[in-house]
Design a protein around this ligand. Sequence first.
Ligand SMILES: Cc1cc2nc3c(=O)[nH]c(=O)nc-3n(C[C@H](O)[C@H](O)[C@H](O)COP(=O)(O)OP(=O)(O)OC[C@H]3O[C@@H](n4cnc5c(N)ncnc54)[C@H](O)[C@@H]3O)c2cc1C
Length: 238
Amino acid sequence: MAPRLAWRVAKLVESRPETDSAHTLVLEVPDWPGHLAGQHVDVRLTAEDGYSTQRSYSVAGPANGDRIELTVQRLSDGEVSPYLTDVFAPGDPIELRGPVGGWFVWRPTATEPVLLVAGGSGIVPLMAMIRARREAGSRVPFRLIYSVRTPEDVYYAAELRRGAPGLDIAYVHTRTAPEQARRPAKRIGLPDVTTHGWPPDFQPTCFVCGPTGFVETVADILVAVGHDPQRVKTERFG
Ligand SMILES: Cc1cc2nc3c(=O)[nH]c(=O)nc-3n(C[C@H](O)[C@H](O)[C@H](O)COP(=O)(O)OP(=O)(O)OC[C@H]3O[C@@H](n4cnc5c(N)ncnc54)[C@H](O)[C@@H]3O)c2cc1C
């Protein structure tokens, strides 16, 4: 078996649109060693002239045998993400290593309540936690606060609409809110976190993921209202 952090050659099995700007990639990874919800992989692209670059992507759910899923948001001026969403085709190989990361993870044996706060593509590792909870049959109460620009930007929309027992979901819209929404479109703030999160007395584990500014804002709010900083776990997508 290859060491965990050796580069392996994975193959794209399927690429399906998640939103107008994001694709979920199903990859077949030989001898995938398994992973925890919240971990990520590194992918490496190498051009014919030898130029090589790598990026990190969270795994979006439990593995299915040797198959894992990533969801990649296209940044139109980015170097790697437009290739992964628009050019990378079924059958194509890609170098990948992982799983990486041991702090920003949720284990199905955990018993404390969980607060997930996602900004944009930051939903990916948090969805992995929601899916791992379902797969394990865990009854641990989960709350998700998911910040998106518009209702069309929600990843995994049908699956989140179906919901799960013990999973509460609140959406924060930053540019366009649905017509029936009581909350006007604006960035996440203290009232969103206190209304839809857990009181600090419940001692939840909080996972916050998204762009750096979003993560810092939410983590500061959580600590300011009394959550133990050790229980506020963050992952910044840069
Ligand atoms: C642990 C981890 C997990 C992640 N998981 C995911 C995931 O699940 N899904 C996902 O979509 N992304 C994820 N990311 C982000 C991902 O790794 C990439 O950063 C993202 O896809 C952008 O890569 P890119 O090559 O397309 O853009 P890049 O070329 O890296 O550019 C990114 C942005 O920076 C700007 N930029 C680039 N160079 C400069 C410069 N010199 N000066 C100023 N601005 C510049 C670009 O204009 C662009 O807007 C994760 C990141 C981390 C660290």
